[in-house]
Design a protein around this ligand. Structure first.
Ligand code: 3HC
Length: 318
């Protein structure tokens, strides 16, 4: 497990949870490591999650609603694997090996034998809720049902199933093959065994770093990141500065890998707006409310890199 910097401040609940996890890990009833994974949704996040699982040698089933979305998801995985080979992060034969481990399907029933299913569909409660109902029906006890939601409280999704003790949040970051972090979110009803199995999976199989968050909209990262992105959008909207200068300010002045408007384009403006809505619903803080420019851009379909245009024009370079 990666070393963690110790914090001077007390975080009682989290320490207790960590101690409980360590105790449960030592007990013999914690089931073996996860090897069969399902991913529902093969957009930006789902394709990345499927890719990192296959690159870790796991057997993966990806489910999408239709053939067209499935084919686009497959192309996304292929392009990312090719990039990993180009950048020297993956041996050329690793590309074919990873692809061979992923089965693409439009049938939820194909997830029946999975030990873990990660839901990564669009950031809308009604859509995610329907997926959780179906996952509950097609998988049996012992299958962990995880959501990659960016902001929706896990409790709300868990209550769509008959086994909320096996539901938790595993929040990956975009681009998934590059970003090391996963937020692990347990609800009031998540069982310790579920949390132990998911922790071991992320740390020991995917070799990613976990941070644990209480079940509050936005969790840790988006509760901090989204108000920052919204502030940049308001700054641009008010004519205070240009998009290029706002981004250059944060890249050159604060050593961020990209500025807030370019990052919004990378995340997808529809996702940024959806996360902002979830945060606003939960906390009613004005700083979480999506600014009008963001709403107008979403209505116009200017959703960022994935469509070729957002705050910047990508001329087909998505
Ligand atoms: N597999 C493995 N590694 C890959 C890869 C792939 N498919 N594609 C790229 N890489 C590696 C490259 O080899 C390179 O590694 P190196 O630093 O060791 O050389 C590194 O990733 C950077 O790749 P590139 O050179 O292609 O790209 P850039 O240097 O332009 O960086 C970026 C692109 C990684 C997107 C960088 O700009 C960045 O980190 N931006 C910030 C991203 C961020 O903040 N993401 C979080 C968004 S919030 C979120 O997702 C939560 C959601 O809920 C909203």
């Amino acid at each position: 497990m990666a070393e963690r910097p110790s914090s001077g401040a007390s975080n009682g609940g989290t320490d207790l949870a960590e101690r409980r996890l360590a105790e449960r890990r030592a007990e013999s009833d914690v089931p073996a490591v996860i090897q069969r994974v399902g991913v529902v949704g093969c957009g930006l996040m789902g394709s990345g999650i499927a890719e990192v699982c296959a690159r870790a040698g796991l057997n993966v089933v990806v489910v999408e609603a239709g053939q067209e979305a499935l084919a686009a998801g497959r192309r996304r995985v292929e392009a990312s694997l090719a990039k990993a080979v180009d950048r020297g992060k993956l041996a050329p034969e690793g590309r074919a090996d990873a692809l061979e481990l992923i089965a693409f399907s439009t049938r939820m029933a194909d997830l029946a034998d999975r030990e873990l299913v990660v839901e990564a569909v669009v950031e809308r409660f009604d859509v995610k809720a329907a997926v959780f109902e179906q996952l509950d029906a097609v998988t049996g006890p012992g299958t962990i049902l995880a959501s990659n939601t960016s902001s929706i409280p896990i409790m709300r999704l868990a209550m769509m199933t008959r086994r909320p003790e096996e539901v938790l949040g595993l929040h990956f970051f975009n681009p998934v093959p590059v970003m090391r972090l996963v937020e692990l979110v347990t609800s009031l009803l998540t069982d310790d065994t579920t949390a132990v199995r998911a922790t071991d999976f992320v740390e020991q199989v995917l070799h990613k770093r976990i941070v644990r968050s209480k079940d509050r909209a936005g969790f840790i990262v988006n509760a901090l990141l989204i108000p920052y992105l919204l502030s940049a959008i308001r700054m641009m909207e008010s004519g205070f500065a240009t998009a290029a200068d706002i981004d250059a300010g944060m890249v050159e002045g604060c050593a961020h890998p990209m500025g807030p408007l370019a990052l919004s384009d990378l995340i997808g403006l529809d996702t940024v707006a959806a996360v902002a809505e979830s945060l606003y619903d939960e906390f009613k803080e004005p700083l979480y409310a999506p600014p009008p420019l963001l709403d107008r851009m979403c209505e116009a379909g200017l959703l960022g890199r994935k469509v070729g245009r957002g705050f910047y024009d990508y001329n087909g370079r998505v």
